[in-house]
Design a protein around this ligand. Structure first.
Ligand code: SAM
Ligand code: SF4
Length: 327
């Protein structure tokens, strides 16, 4: 079992498998001039598999593949198959923008992926194009349907709320989720990468504000539980199949219950999403590190986890884009 300096059990590894993406969401990447890693800089699948084996031996039980957009990396189904068979890994999930999901959901499920989180910030096609710069909403809705059909459940929907862009839609999204059996989580916009360069304070809509809007229209929400809800506080409209979660990284952080470690697309262990410290696992892997060396680096990263992040002190994360860290 892995325990950090503050007695938190760390059993969850999030892996960004690529920093490339087929969209350019306004809160994540600039429209043009995105710097991506070269093929050599990105961890190879065998390297990722080796890290997960060592991590599982230490006590990691849950792995999430993210990015960038994980479905744009060739051979991702083979990676899922390899990771799903590693002893100790009990939960293998993916976060995706859903654009390519309709095509891949059946083979991902067959390879051993348990479930997916799909990002969706609006139900209006024009607005979807404005937020993602060129995405087609229908492709994501087809992806969500394919995830249900393939049994990749619970299907979670990640919605970043941006003042002036989609905050007027939180009730409609909540209604759609509760009726459709989606487990939708409203996420506060975080000042990471490109978002940190924008006037982000003015654009954050707090979880409390979102919940108040929803309760004013749909009535009081009651607490609910969803498998793997992570940092979300989860509720439901009484009797409805879907649930509504609130992830308040900015207004009310949940660092005290943090259980995760991150691996960036270029092979750095990142103890905290919102702090710039990193440990170079790729160099070790490529310099012939043995299992004991890799275990020591994973343990070092866990001991380096800070007690909490410092967004409340107006500190922003500028060293990396969300797509490189994996969100
Ligand atoms: N491309 C995939 C996707 O969009 O689901 C996976 C990677 S994306 C970086 C992971 C999650 O981070 C997405 O749900 C996205 O909405 C969220 N995200 C990206 N930038 C963010 C920001 N500045 N604040 C809050 N959430 C953000
Ligand atoms: Fe791509 Fe996901 Fe970032 Fe949007 S949030 S640009 S889909 S990596």
């Amino acid at each position: 079992m892995l325990e950090d300096t503050y007695h938190r059990i760390i059993d969850y590894l999030r892996i960004s498998i690529t920093d490339r993406c087929n969209l350019r969401c306004v809160y994540c990447m600039p429209e043009e001039g995105v710097q991506t890693c070269s093929h050599d800089e990105i961890l190879r699948y065998e390297e990722i598999e080796r890290v997960v084996r060592v991590a599982a031996a230490l006590g990691i039980r849950k792995v999430r593949l993210t990015g960038g957009e994980p479905l744009v990396r060739l051979g991702v189904v083979a990676l899922v198959r390899a990771l799903a068979h590693i002893p100790g890994i009990e939960d293998l999930a993916m976060t995706t923008n859903g654009i390519l999901l309709a095509r891949h959901a059946p083979s991902l499920a067959e390879a051993g992926l348990r479930r997916v989180n799909i990002s969706l910030d609006t139900l209006h096609p024009e607005r979807f194009r404005a937020i993602t710069r060129w995405g087609e909403l229908d492709a994501v809705l087809e992806g969500i349907a394919a995830a249900f059909a393939a049994g990749l459940e619970p299907v979670k929907i990640n919605t970043v709320v941006i003042r002036g862009q989609n905050d007027d839609e939180v009730v409609a999204l909540a209604r759609k989720a509760t009726e459709s059996g989606w487990h939708l989580r409203f996420i506060e916009w975080m000042p990471v990468g490109d978002a940190a360069e924008q006037d982000w304070h003015a654009r954050v809509v707090t979880a409390a504000e979102i919940r108040a809007h929803i309760e004013a229209e749909l009535g009081a929400l009651v607490p609910a539980t969803v498998n793997g809800a992570g940092p979300a506080r989860t509720y439901k409209v009484p009797g409805a199949p879907g649930t509504l979660g609130f992830i308040s990284a900015v207004s009310e952080h949940f660092c005290a219950t943090c259980n995760r470690l991150r691996l960036t697309a270029d092979g750095k262990l990142r103890p905290c999403l919102l702090a710039a410290d990193e440990i170079d696992l790729r160099a070790a892997l490529r310099q012939g590190a043995g299992e004991a060396d890799l275990k020591a680096l994973l343990q070092k990263a866990i001991q380096a986890k800070p007690l909490s992040h410092h967004l409340a002190d107006h500190i922003q994360v500028r060293d990396r884009a969300m797509a490189q860290i994996g969100g």
